[in-house]
Design a binder for this molecule. Sequence first.
Ligand SMILES: Nc1nc2c(ncn2[C@@H]2O[C@H](COP(=O)(O)OP(=O)(O)OP(=O)(O)O)[C@@H](O)[C@H]2O)c(=O)[nH]1
Ligand SMILES: [Mg+2]
Length: 178
Amino acid sequence: MCLLLGATGVGKTMLVKRLQTILPRWLCSRDGKGDLGDPPLTRPTVGTNLTDIVAQKKITIRELGGCMGPIWSSYYGNCHSLLFMVDASNPTQLSASCVQLLGLLSAEELAEASVLILFNKIDLPCYMTIEEMKSLIRLPDLIACAKQSITTVEVSARKGTGLSDVLRWLQDTHRTNG
Ligand SMILES: Nc1nc2c(ncn2[C@@H]2O[C@H](COP(=O)(O)OP(=O)(O)OP(=O)(O)O)[C@@H](O)[C@H]2O)c(=O)[nH]1
Ligand SMILES: [Mg+2]
């Protein structure tokens, strides 16, 4: 099981919809590029949303809506990997996201999980660069101190940028178990 978490509106549902769209061509050519068509409409996820990504093995991604934040922890069990999404176009949300991330990294049940932090919406202009945001939340220190293995990736779920890296990470992370 892979958990997909992050504040409301960062683009989690868009990500899973787009991953499903690019999966067939990624499996053929290891390339997620090409026209993805119009971005699908999304609504705020009230509750949870399960999506199966079937590559070499089936990986179930469980999105929890941002509004479910207070009860995210009841879903930590059996979580092999964690996708944590941040809206790279919205630095004002960053400190709240950082607090959420710290809570996740210190949770006993997630100590063994591999973590991928996604900076989404890189297609939008922003007054702060991703490097500046990373240093603002002291991400290098977090990565050095965390029990989990942490990777970061910059994506646009809307445009498809970086999504083949996400699929590769999922496949590598779930190769052995989970
Ligand atoms: N420009 C841009 N917009 C995006 C991107 N990803 C998502 N969005 C938009 O952001 C809004 C929220 O997207 P959702 O996928 O519903 O967000 P969510 O994280 O699932 O939100 P909750 O389910 O409420 O927690 C929608 O209007 C999307 O079209 C992106 O990469 N670029
Ligand atoms: Mg959603």
